[in-house]
Design a protein around this ligand. Structure first.
Ligand code: AMP
Length: 207
């Protein structure tokens, strides 16, 4: 049996039709339930555990889950050699962008203050521009930070841009494209190779 750690919320919602087409879960099993662990559907050999995105790479890194399904935004912040990224499902797409107040004026005599959840990714982006930055790590409600004077810019997930607009922010630079990826624990890929590859090909064939 394989265990899949599945990012709840938007990733789960968009992954369910693929998992169902692949015959890896029972139709409707995630609806109206607070259950977090789903034992394998008939012949699927796949146990599914639903969790917050940030925890998916942790379970897969430690081998507590053989496979993970999670947004690339989360993987940018959790680099490790303990899992491999094997499949892009092309779902739950969005962008990571910098954004700021429409009428902002920056004080160029001091480092740019950037608030974000994506510190690693942002560090790489601004370093490549030779821009000196002081990062402020936030975990939510980033959109209010520039208006309260906490930062000059934010780096955040943008889909339609509605959240930015509603908070008087404008998108500035494109930093990364995001979609949901399947990751595989390094040891599971060796020890359970046939099962893992069969599962990946069922997913691939169901896109
Ligand atoms: P929007 O207003 O359509 O630009 O959506 C932006 C907000 O929706 C962000 O602040 C995120 O919290 C959330 N969001 C949009 N797309 C995704 C995604 N694919 N994965 C995770 N969060 C998302």
């Amino acid at each position: 049996m394989l265990t899949l750690a599945l990012n709840k919320g938007r990733v789960l919602a968009e992954a369910v039709p693929i998992l169902e087409r692949a015959g890896l879960v029972q139709p409707g099993q995630f609806k109206d339930t607070r259950a977090l662990v789903f034992e394998p559907a008939e012949k699927s050999g796949l146990r599914v555990v639903v969790m917050r995105g940030a925890d998916v790479p942790v379970y897969v890194e430690h081998g507590a889950a053989d496979l993970g399904l999670v947004g690339k935004d989360t993987l940018f912040e959790h680099p490790t050699h303990e899992y491999f990224e094997r499949l892009d499902l092309g779902i739950a797409k969005c962008r990571i962008m910098s954004a700021g107040l429409a009428d902002a004026e920056f004080d160029i005599s001091r480092p740019l203050r950037v608030a974000t959840k994506f510190v690693r990714l942002s560090e790489r982006f601004f370093a490549a521009q030779g821009q000196e930055v002081r990062f402020i790590k936030l975990s939510g409600a980033l959109e209010v930070a520039p208006r309260l004077g906490l930062c000059d810019l934010i780096v955040d997930i943008v889909d339609t841009g509605e959240t930015l607009r509603a908070n008087g922010l404008v998108p500035l630079e494109m930093i990364a494209h995001v979609s949901s990826r399947v990751i595989v624990n390094r040891t599971a890929l060796k020890v359970k190779q046939a099962e893992v590859l069969a599962c990946l090909s069922r997913l691939q064939d169901s896109l």
